[in-house]
Design a protein around this ligand. Structure first.
Ligand code: ZN
Length: 288
């Protein structure tokens, strides 16, 4: 099943994609929550209702797809999680997984513009597999981690390299508004199959920049859940992005950075693709 958050005629709600159509869950099963995190928190019964929903359908072309989770309770990502990316970064393979926060206000839709911030001169992309937590959970052993994943999606872990390397936490360099494109939908585990055998490719303006496979993850999705849930309670709607392979602009010779007018497309096998244009940060961004 492919779960989406979409906007149609000014109203934002969730649905299920079937072919070129969206089953409008707000109309088909009105008693279900219409926001993704709340829906996932309802658990297996709600998923089953969504799966069996028949009712009003909208063509995909007539709706705007939003980030499947508009404001994740937590948005974490892991750095240096593909050996080839560790090598191109000129860093040592970490002894422990290196997690960092992306502020949830950076989340944006699968086709929405990425702002080139006035305050940064080093905008870069990172194509990544991400997953969404479906169950409130703590101390999840690796062998049961699959039970708490609601599904998988594509993430661009957009980074401002100048801000990223000013501080060890990396938080600010990973958190500018619009620097967390997610989507196009959440593919549930039963439909996706093995999350650790997915081809991943990133193009900038049609030029292939990243090409890898999630089988090369150093810490796989289940390792990441075990580690994170040792520390904190995972909650429905939390998004974890699993790291990027080699081919980021920062590592190119000469070093490449994103400019307004560039278009980044990230595609993951059996999930789909997101495509975001880069624009100047609008001059009318509210200051207070
Ligand atoms: Zn990343």
């Amino acid at each position: 099943m492919k779960l989406v958050t979409f906007t149609h005629e000014g109203s934002t709600r969730i649905g299920v994609v079937e072919g070129e159509e969206v089953v409008d869950l707000a109309a088909a099963v009105p008693d279900l929550p219409q926001e993704m995190s709340a829906f996932l928190a309802e658990g297996a019964r709600a998923l089953e209702q969504a799966r069996n929903a028949s009712g009003p359908r909208l063509s995909l072309a007539s709706v705007k797809l939003e980030a499947p989770v508009l404001r994740p309770p937590k948005f974490l990502a892991i750095g240096l999680n593909y050996a080839d990316h560790v090598a191109e970064s000129g860093l040592e393979k970490p002894k422990h997984p290196v997690f960092f926060n992306k502020q949830s206000t950076c989340v944006t839709g699968p086709y929405d513009p990425i702002h080139s911030p006035r305050a940064s001169q080093a905008l870069d992309y990172e194509g990544e597999l991400a997953f969404v937590i479906g169950r409130r959970s703590r101390h999840v052993p690796k062998e049961r981690a699959h039970e708490v994943i609601a599904g998988y999606l594509v993430c661009n872990d957009v980074s401002t390299r100048d801000w990223q390397f000013r501080a060890q936490t990396m938080t600010l360099g990973k958190s500018f508004d619009t620097h967390g494109p997610l989507g196009p939908w959440i593919v549930t585990p039963d439909e996706l199959g093995d999350p650790h055998s997915l081809g991943l490719r990133t193009w900038v303006n049609g030029e292939l920049r990243q090409e890898s496979n999630t089988k090369h993850l150093i810490y796989d999705c289940f390792d990441q859940i075990e580690t994170l849930s040792t520390v904190c309670t995972l909650e429905p709607g939390d998004v974890i992005s699993t790291g990027t392979p080699a081919g980021v602009g920062m590592a190119m010779e000469p070093r490449s950075r994103l400019e307004p007018g560039d278009v980044i497309r990230i595609e993951i096998e059996r999930i789909g693709w997101i495509e975001n244009p880069v624009v100047e940060e609008p001059a009318d961004t509210p200051r207070i």
